[in-house]
Design a protein around this ligand. Structure first.
Ligand SMILES: [Zn+2]
Ligand SMILES: [Zn+2]
Length: 145
């Protein structure tokens, strides 16, 4: 537990990172170097993601709504590696913005450009997901538009 103390001090000095309700995600985000990366394969993007298994999978499946191919999640560095050189470097940056996923959060270790691309896809995926669910549940018009 002593390693957790030093990590907590870090999060106190870090007011812009919101608390993550999912403890497994929070633990993974606190010490990404000790967590296992998952690699999200989405179209031309290969992106290391940190978070708990459940929320990383949820993030991947939501992003999958934005592609004709399924978003794939692998537990080891894929054979082709990370193709974008900036993303390769981004993997070593200690501070990464985190993306809330339901009651968890994941960190996307990509360059700013691909990070925002993934984030945009995640948002689009969420909308698609919601539209599909509401269509199944009720026949109400979406009043979000
Ligand atoms: Zn989680
Ligand atoms: Zn990149």
């Amino acid at each position: 537990m002593d390693s957790e103390e030093s990590q907590q001090r870090q999060s106190v000095t870090d007011p812009d990172s919101p608390p993550v309700p999912c403890e497994n995600c929070a633990a993974a985000l606190r010490s990404p170097e000790r967590s296992r990366y998952s690699f999200l394969l989405l179209d031309h993007l290969t992106t290391p993601i940190v978070g708990c298994e459940e929320h990383v999978a949820q993030f991947a499946s939501t992003c999958g709504y934005t592609t004709d191919d399924a978003a794939k999640l692998v537990e080891h560095r894929p054979a082709g590696g990370i193709r974008c050189p900036s993303c390769q470097l981004a993997g070593y940056t200690p501070r990464q913005p985190i993306i809330p996923v339901a009651d968890g959060a994941v960190a996307v270790h990509a360059c700013p450009e691909h990070q925002s691309e993934l984030l945009a896809r995640f948002r689009t995926g969420l909308e698609t997901q919601q539209r599909l669910t509401t269509t199944l549940d009720t026949s109400d018009r979406p009043d979000v538009l």
